[in-house]
Write a protein that binds this ligand. Structure first.
Ligand SMILES: *[C@@H]1O[C@H](CO)[C@@H](O)[C@H](O)[C@H]1NC(C)=O
Ligand SMILES: *[C@@H]1O[C@H](CO)[C@@H](O)[C@H](O)[C@H]1NC(C)=O
Length: 289
């Protein structure tokens, strides 16, 4: 298309977006991650950004110098060979000297990941070289094996560069929000019995809207300095207590993770990551973040 035609197409698209935008619900103006705040730069040095076409797409955390843990659904419609992993960032878009950028040499999705039910929404990314650990780039531990599950009400923090409102406003830097673990039974009732066992839910613990939002997917839920959850999905409106935030429960995957990380080198990336199963759309009210 000629440049003029392209500009017109873009303009029409912009107008269409403006026309279809829903009205902002009260309280969503100026919220962060959703109800969170900007972290002290590099205070969570393990948080990774997965980018496609120069745009932040998902989060993750650094487990080993060559391994990042993220959510399987982040790669459902993407060719990982075109993705980049950024570590050591605070303001993602700025040319920060602390940033280290990697290619992805392998994505190992959990073999039982089910796009339709969101069960086992976890994957491991092998970086194309080792991260250099330092003040801005560090590792996050997995939950202790055999440790008791987190009790409802336990305090955790979720971090990411995802949207800070339902309208995809960009954050000033890495954001975090303090949330409380919600019992899986109560959460399952809110979700009309659609949750699987290896999931973990959080709520704000007060009457504020607080939790994760679009593009926080794959990022860590940190409880007692360990990665207990990976952002998976929530409802249409970020932070809505009627659809509590749902994470992949990392403690259920510790032995799988170590088998992959310590095991034989993964086979090269397949030519395409899309399988017919992946292209199934999630049910309407589930929204991957
Ligand atoms: C790793 O990937 C990055 C980004 O694609 C590239 O710039 C870099 O040269 C690669 N490094 C190695 C050692 O392959
Ligand atoms: C959620 O509830 C449904 C329906 O009662 C049940 O089949 C399912 O096992 C429950 N999930 C969990 C994680 O308890």
């Amino acid at each position: 298309m000629a440049p003029g035609g392209w500009a017109l197409g873009r303009l029409l698209l912009t107008v269409a977006v403006v026309v279809t935008l829903p009205t902002r619900p009260a309280g969503s103006w100026g919220t962060r991650i959703i109800g969170g705040h900007e972290v002290t730069p590099h205070s969570r040095p393990y948080v990774a950004s997965v980018k496609f076409e120069g745009q932040h797409h998902c989060g993750g955390f650094l487990l080993r110098a060559r391994w990042v843990v993220s959510a399987a659904h982040c790669f459902s419609h993407r060719d990982p060979r075109t993705g980049l992993v950024v570590l050591g960032a605070h303001v993602l878009r700025a040319p920060e000297p602390t940033q280290q950028v990697f290619g992805i040499s392998a994505v190992i999705r959990h073999p039982d990941y089910q796009p339709a039910t969101h069960a086992n929404d976890i994957c491991l990314l092998q970086l194309n070289r080792s991260a250099i650990l330092g003040p801005a780039v560090g590792l996050l531990k997995l939950p202790r094996t055999g440790a008791r599950p987190l009790k409802p009400g336990a305090r955790c923090q979720v971090a990411g560069w995802g949207s800070v409102s339902d309208f995809e406003d960009q954050p000033p830097g890495l954001m975090e929000a303090e949330v409380r673990v919600l019992g899986l039974d109560i959460c399952n009732s809110s979700w009309r019995g659609q949750l699987s066992p290896a999931m973990l839910c959080t709520q704000s613990g007060d009457h504020r809207r607080r939790g994760f939002c679009s593009a926080d997917s794959g990022g860590p839920l940190v409880c007692r300095n360990r990665a207990h959850g990976l952002v998976s999905f929530s409802g249409l409106w970020c932070g809505d207590p009627k659809t509590p935030d749902v994470y992949t429960q990392v403690s259920a995957f510790v032995s799988w993770i170590w088998d992959v990380v310590r095991g034989p080198r993964p086979s090269p990336l397949p030519r395409t990551t899309e399988s017919p199963q992946d292209s199934r759309e999630p049910q309407q009210h589930w929204v991957y973040k």
